[in-house]
Design a protein around this ligand. Structure first.
Ligand code: TYD
Ligand code: MG
Length: 504
């Protein structure tokens, strides 16, 4: 009897397989996510022989004693773009597989083409394989980005096997696949972009990257709900996952590391989209505060930390009486649930009457802050709008707000204070627990109770530990304070105390 072609049903959400169709995936619980795919044939990579062939270099020979293993210093290769190097943890690690996700049109191809051109000049041949654009399209973009003469190979190809052949032929120092969802393997019958295809492409490229020590970038598309299309599985396969964030109506773009085996996750790189490609922004605080209104109620400056990087952002709030009875609460840039919670704390613990009021909170510039230290900025902006009182332009703040109305200590306080002082702020309203160790609340997550006094000095006098940064303005530029002085730290224990200190 002839053997029927074996097919499996693969969940497009989590990649689990089932011999039969099911309405709901037994593993991840997603509804109607199973798609029929042809199982790979035995000779096409499955089975023990296939598994062996894919073993990463150096993995054979059994277990080794911990003390016998030498430390490998990953010599990182610079992409020639400071902000991109920063998110990657200091440059590209040889043999690493990096996934760059983002919405269409946000600038993934632009950034990678810029990096490819730079690395072709410094590190050797680069292969840029695109399944979305022709060589001519890529070239005309490259002309704008001033790619110039460098050993940069363009390949308009979607067949995985052909791409692997070209990698073997050119032996590049860097491979870019734009995008992984357009790549298909001849071994599978399913359409490009299905989980089987994407996983096969990622796995094959992983073995090439590890086996031949070629760093590889994969571009990944994002679905409407914000996750990488199809494969959650992909995030586990790769070494580093980067997300491109930003709004198309703003010129700035943020690249965030959500996973990094070779560096800090949640590290951030900030760029500006210009007519000649993406330009790194060395001082994001200055950019995000550039259009801050002067003496306007409802505006507060918040010291947030993303990865290892302090960034000052402006929180704006508008509270107005609702005409339609059902009050609206809208948050953009912060979590909606967090806003609801903070409004309840303000009503109950700080005596603000917000019943029947519409509350709108926005982080200016389209950035997203999702750390608890942003609470105090949100609370202050709302209170400032309700009471119609201005927060002085030279005051910055940070701190977590608890349900009892207490202001709780947070991490990396020194970093935040230093950034505020560098930007010329004269006062910092912050959790008392971060200044005075005795005031630390039980269970507070404050790790460093003492602020390095050097951090409070203005940039001109921050010599020892605060490294001078290019593009950092003098004290007058943003904070509006006068020279000298430094930043005064005011520790608060409750929301009430904070509002008293902020709204004179
Ligand atoms: P692109 O890199 O093609 O986005 P993705 O690969 O993420 O889909 O970005 C395209 C957008 O960037 C497009 O709207 C045009 C704009 N752009 C510039 O503003 N300046 C430039 O120099 C380039 C190359 C693109
Ligand atoms: Mg693109």
């Amino acid at each position: 009897m002839a053997k029927r072609p074996s097919t499996v049903f693969v969940c497009q959400e989590c990649g689990s397989q089932s011999p039969k169709w099911l309405g709901r995936c037994a593993d991840c619980g997603a509804w109607n996510s199973l798609v029929e795919e042809r199982a790979p044939s035995e000779d096409a990579g499955g089975g023990a022989a296939g598994a062996h062939r894919y073993a990463p270099a150096g993995a054979s020979g059994g277990a080794r004693l911990y003390s016998d293993i030498e430390i490998e210093q990953h010599a990182r290769i610079s992409t020639g773009i400071d902000e991109f190097d920063r998110v990657l943890g200091g440059g590209v690690v040889p043999g690493s597989l990096v996934l760059l996700g983002g919405e269409p049109g946000i600038g993934k191809s632009t950034l990678l083409l810029q990096a490819a051109a730079n690395m072709a000049r410094t590190a050797g041949a680069v292969l840029y394989s695109s399944g979305e654009e022709s060589e001519h399209q890529i070239k005309s973009r490259g002309e704008r980005l001033a790619v110039g003469r460098a050993p940069l190979y363009l390949l308009a190809e979607t067949c995985l096997e052909r791409i692997l052949e070209e990698i073997a032929r050119i032996r590049p120092a860097l491979v870019i696949i734009d995008s992984v969802q357009t790549v298909f393997s001849l071994k599978f019958q399913s359409v490009p972009g299905s989980i089987g295809q994407v996983r096969e492409a990622a796995t094959q490229l992983l073995f090439t990257a590890k086996g031949q020590n070629i760093p590889t970038f994969l571009v990944g598309h994002i679905t409407k709900d914000g996750s990488l299309a199809g494969p959650k599985a992909l995030e586990h396969v790769v070494d580093t996952v980067l997300y491109f964030e930003g709004e198309r109506h703003h010129s700035h773009r943020v690249v965030r590391a959500v996973k990094n085996r070779f560096g800090a996750s949640s590290e951030l790189g900030v760029f500006e989209m210009t007519s000649t490609g993406l330009r790194p922004v060395p001082n994001p605080s200055q950019m995000f505060l550039a259009e801050r209104p002067v003496n306007a109620p409802g505006s507060a400056v918040l010291c947030s930390v993303e990865g290892s990087r302090p960034i000052l952002v402006e929180v704006q709030a508008l509270v107005s009486s609702s005409t339609y009875g059902n009050a609206r609460r809208m948050a953009s840039g912060i979590d909606q649930q967090r806003l609801t919670l903070l409004l309840a704390v303000l009503e109950k613990r700080a005596g603000l009457n917000l019943i029947g009021d519409d509350v709108f909170v926005n982080i200016a510039g389209g950035v997203t802050v999702d750390e608890p230290a942003s609470d105090l900025g949100v609370v202050a902006a709302i209170a400032s709008s309700v009471r119609n009182r201005v927060i002085p332009a030279t005051t910055a703040m940070f701190g977590e707000v608890g349900l009892a109305g207490e202001v709780r200590g947070i991490t990396q306080a020194t970093l935040r204070v230093r950034e505020a002082a560098q930007m010329g702020f004269r006062r910092c309203i912050m959790p008392a627990a971060n200044i005075d160790p005795d005031a630390r609340l039980k269970g507070s997550r404050s790790e460093e109770a003492n602020i390095d006094p050097d951090a409070c000095l203005p940039p001109s006098r921050q010599g020892r530990s605060g490294e001078p940064r290019p593009g950092s303005p003098g004290p007058q530029a943003v904070g509006g304070g006068s020279e000298g002085g430094g930043c005064e730290l005011i520790g608060v224990r409750t929301v009430g105390e904070a509002l008293d200190a902020l709204l004179e």
